[in-house]
Design a protein around this ligand. Structure first.
Ligand code: PBG
Length: 326
C-alpha cells in the first residue's frame, strides 16, 4: 500500500478554501417573483414555504427585499386577472407582467428577466394554442407554429415594458428564433434570450403549478417538454436554440439533471443556467420540517453541486436565504 499520496493533506483548515474549486456567489443567483393580478394582498404559497404571490402594488417592494440580501436579478411570473383560449393577457400592454416590470424597473435597480410562456394565461393551462379536439383526444395538444407568433408578441411586450432579458419556457420548436426576430424587428436587439433549452417534462414542477396557477386542465406536457429518459436528445434540442440565437442556455430541473448541465458545459461555451425548481425546494423544506435535514446546509450543498456540474447561474427559490448566508 502506498501512503505517500495523501489527499487529506489538502483538507485541513486554512488550506481547504485555497484549493476549493467551486463557489456560490449572490451574483450567480436569480430569484423568482410571483405577481398576482387577482389579489390586493400578499398570499403565501403553501407548497413553497417563505414564498408569496404579491399584488402589483407590492412587486417593487418584493424585489427590494430580495435585493437587500445581495441578489441582483429576478425572474417575474404573472398570474393574470383573466384567462382565455389563446392566453391573450400574456401580451397585453397592461398585462400583469408588463405592469409589474414597469413598476420594478422604475423603482429598483434589479436586473429583470421575464418568463415567456402562455400556460399561466390560457384557460386550459397548456403552453400554447390547442389543436382542435385536444380536450378529448390524448394524441393532440398544442399547435406549435400558431403558438410561435404569440410568443414573439409576448416577448416584445415584455421588452417594451422594460424587461432586461426574456426567458421562453414553452418548449415550442422555433421559439428562440421567432422571439429573436420579433425583438430585433421591434428594435430590441440588445435584449438577450435565456432559453429554457432543455426543459424536461418533470413532476418536480408540482408546487410551481400551485404558485402560478398554470396546471394543464387536461392531459400533460409530454408532447412538448422533453422526456426525462433522454440525455443525447438534449444536445440536439439545445443546438437548435444556439443556432436560433439563444444567449444563455438553461437546463430544468437542476438536481435530477446534473448530467445534462455537465454535458452542456462540455459542449457549448455559452453561459449555462440551471433552474432549481419548486419541487427541489419543497422537498428539502418538507424534510427539514420533520427535522430530518438541516435546511440551510442542504440548500447550500444543492446550489454548490449545481455550480460544480457546470452552471454559471442558478434560478432558485433559495436565492435570498443563501445570499444572506454568504
Ligand atoms: C412555465 C414554467 C413552469 C416553470 C417555470 N416556467 C411550469 C411548467 O412547465 O409546468 C416551473 C418552475 C418550477 O417548478 O419551479 N411557464
Amino acid at each position: 500500500m502506498d501512503l505517500t499520496r495523501r489527499p487529506r493533506r489538502l483538507r485541513g483548515d486554512g488550506v481547504r478554501s485555497l484549493v476549493s474549486e467551486t463557489e456560490v456567489a449572490a451574483s450567480d443567483l436569480i430569484a423568482p417573483v410571483f405577481v398576482d393580478a387577482t389579489t390586493d394582498e400578499r398570499v403565501p404559497i403553501e407548497t413553497m414555504p417563505g414564498h408569496e404571490r404579491v399584488p402589483l402594488e407590492e412587486a417593487a417592494d418584493r424585489v427590494e427585499e430580495i435585493m437587500e440580501t445581495g441578489v441582483e436579478a429576478v425572474i417575474v411570473f404573472g398570474i393574470p386577472e383573466s384567462k382565455d383560449a389563446e392566453g391573450s393577457r400574456a401580451w397585453a400592454d397592461d398585462g400583469v407582467v408588463q405592469d409589474a416590470v414597469r413598476e420594478i424597473t422604475s423603482e429598483t435597480d434589479a436586473y429583470v428577466i421575464t418568463d415567456v410562456c402562455l400556460c399561466e394565461y390560457t384557460d386550459h393551462g397548456h403552453c400554447g394554442v390547442l389543436e382542435p379536439g385536444a380536450e378529448t383526444d390524448p394524441r393532440l395538444t398544442v399547435q406549435n407554429d400558431l403558438t410561435l407568433d404569440l410568443l414573439g408578441k409576448t416577448a416584445v411586450s415584455h421588452a417594451e415594458a422594460g424587461a432586461d432579458m426574456v426567458a421562453p419556457s414553452g418548449m415550442m420548436d422555433g421559439m428562440v428564433g421567432t422571439i429573436r426576430e420579433s425583438l430585433d424587428g421591434a428594435g430590441y436587439t440588445d435584449v438577450p434570450i435565456m432559453s429554457y433549452a432543455a426543459k424536461y417534462e418533470s413532476s418536480f414542477y408540482g408546487p410551481f403549478r400551485d404558485a402560478a396557477d398554470g396546471a394543464p386542465s387536461f392531459g400533460d406536457r409530454r408532447h412538448y417538454q422533453m422526456d426525462p429518459a433522454n440525455r443525447r436528445e438534449a444536445m440536439r434540442e439545445v443546438e437548435l436554440d444556439v443556432e436560433q440565437g439563444a444567449d444563455v442556455l438553461m437546463v430544468k430541473p437542476a438536481l435530477p439533471y446534473l448530467d445534462i448541465v455537465a454535458d452542456l458545459r462540455e459542449t457549448f461555451d455559452h453561459p449555462i443556467a440551471a433552474y432549481n425548481v419548486s419541487g427541489e425546494y419543497a422537498m428539502l423544506h418538507a424534510a427539514a420540517d420533520k427535522g430530518w435535514l438541516n435546511l440551510e446546509e442542504v440548500a447550500y450543498e444543492s446550489l454548490l453541486s449545481i455550480k460544480r456540474a457546470g452552471a454559471d447561474l442558478i434560478l432558485t427559490y433559495f436565492a435570498e436565504d443563501i445570499a444572506e448566508r454568504l
